[in-house]
Write a protein that binds this ligand. Structure first.
Ligand SMILES: [Zn+2]
Length: 129
């Protein structure tokens, strides 16, 4: 589990997509998790988890999800519809963390809104040592 910078406290709302980025030693983005949360309903939606090919199968996707759970405790999560690989990933994450990540459950009305006004990039990141 990487250290999370203090400023990484969650300040997003349902109109903003937030990214958690994972950088290698040369500041290349090698992993990314995008999500939105609704503070009112304490719900969140994971839009995608991506890890660069060369860095896959090293548990980095799992690390990204763990950073997310630390940043947003007590949130009930859903995910967008996943590929087979994505489903296997989230099933494994549920076994690991006891948090469920259903993909068929619709998000709350606020998160389901059609207009996303904000896009926040790299408000949180951590680096491989
Ligand atoms: Zn809501």
């Amino acid at each position: 589990m990487p250290d999370i910078p203090a400023e990484a406290e969650d300040s997003s709302d349902q109109r903003t997509t937030t990214e958690i980025l994972l950088l290698d030693g040369r500041n290349t983005i090698i992993g990314r998790l995008r999500y939105r949360t609704c503070r009112r309903c304490r719900t969140g939606r994971i839009l995608d988890v991506w890890v660069l090919d060369a860095w896959q199968r090293q548990g980095l996707g799992s690390d990204l999800v763990r950073v997310l759970l630390t940043r947003c405790p007590g949130v009930r999560w859903t995910t967008t519809v996943q590929t087979r690989t994505g489903r296997l990933f989230f099933t494994a994450m549920t076994e690991e963390t006891s948090v469920s990540f259903p993909q068929r459950e619709p998000p709350c009305a606020h998160l389901a809104g059609r207009f996303i006004r904000g896009w926040r990039r790299a408000i949180s990141w951590w680096r491989l040592r």
